[in-house]
Design a binder for this molecule. Structure first.
Ligand SMILES: [Fe+2]
Ligand SMILES: [Fe+2]
Length: 308
């Protein structure tokens, strides 16, 4: 269990190598001064599984931060020599209730209720994203990937937990909480159909689902600014910047695996997506942000519903 620290010595905060990954000023005050140093996992895989299994939201975030800190401070090995069962489903709180996607309500962003529903839906995506990142770490720990591959995914898990906790804080400022509305399980289903292979997982999770976030976020951000909801706009700014990094981690290691397997990356991507992802990709695409992350149009254009 994590333990509350009011504040440790400033020098420790500055000197710890993990500090540069944490961006403490971007976290809600609740988490900012915590160091979560009390319960070191025996390995990265053990920490990942612990975070995955945690049903209570605070525990999931605390285990994520704790594992990330020990990993980036160089105190953890990969693990994997000891057989650890990776759960098929992550631990979750009792709420929100999971319903089919068509049963989740859409509301206008002009109303406070509508904005709450949007932020709630995105909080749900971010919570899934924490588990998806840890699932990649835990499930594919024995695939001969270099340490920097795990650096990338631990960073993703840490940033997703920051995104989730920022949205959780915003929902509470608006008088509610994560769990107040129903949510759907589509993201975890995408994880389950690609649990057999790392290239398939990278094609579908970072390069389809997270890249879709890059297409959508700028217009949401603009709407929040237009409405004058600066608190939510700030969160979308952070998410948008970080998510480009997540797609970049996916693109880099997808290319690496293709090279290792002697495959042409764009063709391999298209084949995997056709096999494991339902339906065409929806334009418009944010080509600039995608390209900055290393996902060039040659990968996804041919899969789009317009085919261009
Ligand atoms: Fe995120
Ligand atoms: Fe992400």
């Amino acid at each position: 269990m994590w333990k509350k620290f009011s504040k440790l010595h400033d020098n420790i905060l500055v000197e710890a190598p993990s500090e540069r990954y944490f961006q403490p000023n971007e976290w809600p005050a609740f988490w900012r001064d915590r160091l979560d140093l009390e319960c070191r996992p025996n390995s990265l895989q053990e920490g990942a599984v612990k975070a995955l299994k945690a049903g209570a939201l605070q525990d999931k975030i605390a285990f994520t931060r704790e594992t990330a800190r020990h990993w980036f401070d160089g105190k953890l090995g990969l693990g994997g020599a000891v057989l650890t069962k990776v759960p098929d489903r992550p631990g979750r709180p009792d709420l929100p209730k999971l319903v089919p996607p068509q049963q989740t309500k859409k509301r206008s962003l002009r109303s406070e209720k509508g904005r709450f529903a949007l932020l709630h839906a995105i909080a749900h995506i971010e919570l899934n994203a924490i588990d998806l990142a840890w699932d990649i770490v835990a499930r594919f720990v024995n695939q001969g990937m270099p340490r920097s591959f795990f650096d990338g995914w631990v960073r993703v898990a840490l940033e997703e937990s920051k995104h989730f906790s920022l949205l959780q804080e915003r929902l509470s400022e608006m008088g509610g909480a994560y769990g107040d509305l129903d949510a759907h399980d589509g993201l975890w289903e995408a994880a389950q159909v690609t649990s057999h292979g790392l290239t398939a997982r990278l094609a579908v999770v970072p390069l389809i689902l997270e890249a879709r976030g890059l297409d959508i976020t700028p217009s949401l951000l603009e709407k929040m600014e237009e409405i004058g909801d600066d608190r939510s706009a700030r969160i979308f700014h952070i998410i948008y910047r970080d998510e480009q990094g997540h797609v970049a981690v996916g693109a880099k290691w997808f290319r690496y695996l293709c090279l290792r397997e002697g495959k042409e990356p764009a063709a391999a991507f298209q084949e995997l997506v056709r096999k494991h992802f339902r339906g065409p990709l929806k334009p418009p695409f944010n080509d600039m942000a995608r390209a900055r992350a290393g996902l060039t149009p040659g990968f996804y254009r041919a899969l789009s519903s317009s085919g261009t």
